[in-house]
Design a protein around this ligand. Structure first.
Ligand SMILES: Nc1ncnc2c1ncn2[C@@H]1O[C@H](COP(=O)(O)OP(=O)(O)OP(=O)(O)O)[C@@H](O)[C@H]1O
Length: 309
């Protein structure tokens, strides 16, 4: 469990994180989302005791990170900037980490297999692809068999097979009762991996919600209807709060009525429908809408509209 209370970090005049309070619970994968510069990495560094908050506090499994006697057993972390000795082999890198923290060699073998690096474990890390480096980062995070995992953009650089692998791995780790927090700036990726979402923008909390709620909230209000009797149906649907647009002769885009209601009205009139589809805004669009005012760097066209950051 990770608990942040009024977490604030300022770098000189600049506020990176402001009064952030949230709880990351065990048993589910929690996505930590925000546009570039939102404060995700800064927050993760504070969780891991690598940066001190200006004010507020954050605990992992009930204590500040530094107060844990064996932190590697409590929290496994992978931050974006990996500081790995590139001349070492992957195996020796893990072995060195294990040796300094009293973790047995057998655990190194276990994590090498869990992340699928067995074939290349004896190769130097300097020659690793980005995806192999990510797998090694995850192996390091898992080494102490920690109850809590904090991963900064773990999907970066992975191919589709690697992305599927990490999704499954993280869900399995959460299902074992661990706390899993991972950051991303891609909503669509999070929707497939996480069950819960903490969204920040400009260092402030924007949303703390289940993915399901977010997806439902993103559903648009329009319904696409296809029928050979479009003109007749349009007349039947007309009402003060209903608008019907039509880009093609047999297609209606209806706003203000549910698909259930439209289907019922059509059935009562004996009108056959070839299609009845509630339209959903893409998750990425919904996320962009949610964080619109919090984006650090905006496209020039938005600046002209006077909405620049
Ligand atoms: N050491 C530092 N000194 C000064 N400013 C910093 C420092 N670290 C971060 N910042 C600033 O704090 C803000 C938050 O940065 P942070 O890296 O935490 O965001 P992020 O959400 O992780 O972004 P990204 O997705 O781009 O990695 C940014 O405006 C950044 O420029």
């Amino acid at each position: 469990m990770i608990e942040a209370h009024g977490l604030t970090k300022r770098y000189g005049e600049r506020a990176a994180v402001t009064d952030l309070s949230f709880t990351v619970r065990p048993g589910v994968v929690t996505g930590f989302l925000g546009p570039n510069g939102a404060g995700k990495s800064t927050t993760m560094r504070m969780i891991l005791g690598l940066d001190a908050p200006t004010s507020g506090s954050v605990t992992v499994n009930g204590k500040a990170y530094a107060a844990h006697r064996a932190p590697l057993h409590e929290v496994g972390a992978m931050l974006e900037a990996r500081a790995i000795h590139t001349g070492r082999t992957a195996y020796n890198h893990l072995l060195a980490m294990a040796a300094t923290t009293g973790i047995p060699r057998s655990r190194v073998d276990e994590v090498v297999d869990v992340v699928g690096l067995r074939q290349v474990a004896r190769k130097r890390v300097g020659g690793f692809s980005l995806g192999m480096g990510q797998r090694l980062g995850i192996a390091s995070a898992l080494l102490g068999d920690p109850a809590t995992l904090v991963l900064d953009e773990p999907v970066n650089g992975l191919d589709p097979e690697g992305i599927l692998w990490i999704r499954t791995l993280l869900k399995d780790l959460a299902a074992e009762g661990r706390t899993v927090l991972l950051s991303s700036h891609l909503m669509s990726e999070m929707a497939l991996t996480a069950e819960h979402l903490i969204v920040i923008g400009r260092g402030r909390l924007i949303a703390d919600t289940s993915v399901e709620e977010f997806v439902t909230g993103a559903a648009g209000t329009s319904v696409r209807v296809r029928t050979d009797d479009a003109d007749q149906l349009r007349r039947l649907l007309a009402g003060p709060d209903v608008s019907v647009a039509s880009a093609e002769r047999s297609v209606l885009e209806v706003t203000g009525l549910s698909s259930d209601r439209i289907g019922r009205i059509a059935a009562d009139a004996g009108i056959a429908l070839a299609e009845l589809t509630p339209q959903q805004a893409s998750l990425e669009e919904a996320f962009m809408e949610l964080t619109r005012d919090a984006v650090e760097y905006q496209a020039p066209v938005r600046e002209k509209e006077g909405q620049a950051a």
